[in-house]
Design a protein around this ligand. Structure first.
Ligand SMILES: Cc1cc2nc3c(=O)[nH]c(=O)nc-3n(C[C@H](O)[C@H](O)[C@H](O)COP(=O)(O)OP(=O)(O)OC[C@H]3O[C@@H](n4cnc5c(N)ncnc54)[C@H](O)[C@@H]3O)c2cc1C
Length: 486
């Protein structure tokens, strides 16, 4: 048994992987060397094939799809990723990065190929108004490191224990998006190992085609190794408001109002299933930043809002505690086991003009069984103009809503597979009203549908794929490009 420093666990020592045998298409260890084996390149890290590492890489937060890789690279440096990309390219092996494995439908898995565990690459360097961050770093670590300098990335996901590379590969949305766009919109420069095994820098000025294909690019052109992210001055304290509404329409009317005038720093919203004693709940969650001494002006912030004043909940907390607000709940879900159940998540962007009617119809007959004991329904808007990246596809309206059914298969009555099927039919209904999928959920989608999804962005995406991953070895679990080679 050896102590594994970044997984903070003991691993059974396996034999060291020394090569791959193309004739038998198997990875070879020093315990049983083979004649036809091609040696691995010299690495600073290591390649492992032990069942625990491969088993972990064959699973994700969804627990719905399982593809077992042949091996897992634990890189000691980004040069290891480049060397192994070249090796895999030569031997026609598929490759995908794994950040925290919080995808829900096998997006980061490969069968037989190589998973790159990004967790060892987690260095963070804070500069004047940017941070240079290795892609395996967690957003919680980025927050801590930057706050020590009085700075912060402008946008966070609700949950902080996601990797920088993982969220930049999909977008990364939160309540600050209505001011600052997605996390990917706040990247200044990237370093990427592309599928042709080159380590490249890119930015809006340098190789803009690669920059645009990597941000929200779902790992189709390269593995992001480092990102330079924009920082802004951090507030010390936040005032957190929970406001209640009698209906979806009343909630979204106020959400549109406060997002339109930008009075809050953060705006989200949540729908709560009916209970024995109460009907559906509709809550707006908002935050105002302050320096800890001069409190926000509640009268101004709440002026003209149509919420139920008797149900207002207002609390002050530190900025970090606010960012990290899910930590306690997650610890509880882990302690009960609920966290480890299947998660057939559904996430869509809806055009504002169709949101109320669509959401009302979608939740009308929804039961707790279909959402799960810890399921969450989020609903919040942002101006489309804040999203500037071509691969972040959202409806063509001034305001768009993120609507999510974050399902947990808590009860035996509704199988995870039934939930996936329900996701698919709700997806088709959302598409019919102009909705676009946020590709982090569990919605079966064909390559033809992805092509339609990307619309005018498809030609440039396909050209970048052709140029930077000519052998099409990267990230097949996303199912974006047709798998004809495999
Ligand atoms: C509890 C929870 C809360 C969440 N909250 C939010 C939220 O508030 N807002 C939001 O926008 N999203 C949210 N998400 C979705 C989340 O942003 C995505 O699922 C994200 O991709 C997960 O990051 P990860 O590090 O676990 O990536 P993984 O699941 O490991 O990877 C996701 C995909 O990205 C690829 N990838 C990973 N790293 C790299 C890299 N360095 N280079 C290229 N490709 C890479 C993988 O191959 C895979 O295809 C949440 C997910 C969970 C489970």
């Amino acid at each position: 048994m050896t102590w594994h420093p970044w997984r903070r666990t003991f691993l059974t020592a396996g034999a060291a992987v020394v090569g791959f045998d193309p004739s038998t298409r198997t990875w070879v260890t020093d315990a049983a060397p083979s004649q036809g084996m091609v040696d691995l390149p010299p690495l600073k890290g290591r390649v492992v094939t032990d069942p625990a590492s491969r088993g972990e890489a064959a699973d994700d937060f969804g627990h719905l799809v399982h593809r077992t890789p042949g091996a897992v690279l634990e890189p000691g440096a980004d040069s290891d990723i480049m060397l192994m990309m070249r090796y895999c390219r030569t031997h026609d092996l598929q490759v995908a990065a794994r950040g925290q494995g919080h995808a829900t439908f096998g997006q980061g898995q490969v069968t037989g190929g190589l998973i790159i565990d990004m967790t060892p690459l987690d260095a963070i360097e804070v500069r004047e108004d940017t941070a240079v961050v290795e892609a395996g770093a967690l957003w919680s670590s980025v927050a801590r490191a930057t706050l020590a300098h009085g700075l912060t990335p402008p946008v966070f996901t609700d949950y902080l224990e996601l990797s920088v590379g993982g969220t930049l590969s999909v977008g990364g949305f939160g309540g600050q998006t209505h001011h600052h766009g997605s996390q990917a919109d706040n990247v200044v420069e990237l370093e990427i190992v592309t599928g042709d095994a080159s380590l490249r820098r890119c930015s809006p000025q340098l190789r803009p085609d690669l920059f645009r294909a990597a941000l929200a690019g779902r790992g189709q052109c390269g593995i992001i190794t480092k990102a330079t992210v924009r920082l802004v001055p951090a507030p010390e304290t936040v005032r957190h408001y929970l406001l209640s509404y009698p209906s979806v329409a009343a909630l979204t009317a106020d959400q549109r109002r406060v997002v339109g005038d930008g009075r809050f720093a953060y705006v989200e919203g949540e729908l709560g299933l009916p209970t024995d004693s109460a009907d559906w709940s509709h809550r707006l969650e908002a935050v105002a930043f302050f320096d800890g001494t001069t409190p926000p002006d509640d009268a101004r912030l709440l002026d003209g809002l149509g919420d139920q004043p008797g149900n207002r909940q207002i609390h002050d907390m530190s900025y970090f505690d606010f960012l990290n607000r899910l930590a306690k709940g997650v610890a509880h879900l882990k302690s009960t086991g609920e966290w480890y159940r299947p998660h057939p998540w559904w996430n869509m962007f809806l055009p504002a003009s169709r949101t109320d009617a669509f959401v009302e119809a979608a939740i009308k007959d929804l039961t707790e069984t279909e959402v799960g004991a810890s399921g969450v329904i989020l609903l919040y808007p942002f101006p489309r103009a804040r999203l500037r990246l071509p691969l972040l596809r959202v409806p063509d309206e001034e305001t768009v809503f993120l609507f999510t059914l974050l399902r947990t298969a808590s009860y035996g009555a509704e199988s995870p597979q039934d939930m996936v099927e329900a996701n698919r039919s709700l997806y088709l209904r959302a598409q019919a009203v102009g909705g676009y999928q946020y590709p982090v959920g569990a919605i079966p989608t064909t390559p033809e549908e992805w092509r339609t999804h990307y619309g005018p962005a498809w030609a440039a995406f396909e050209a970048a794929r052709e140029r930077y991953d000519p052998d099409r070895i990267l990230t097949p679990g996303q199912g974006v490009f047709p798998p004809e080679r495999y």
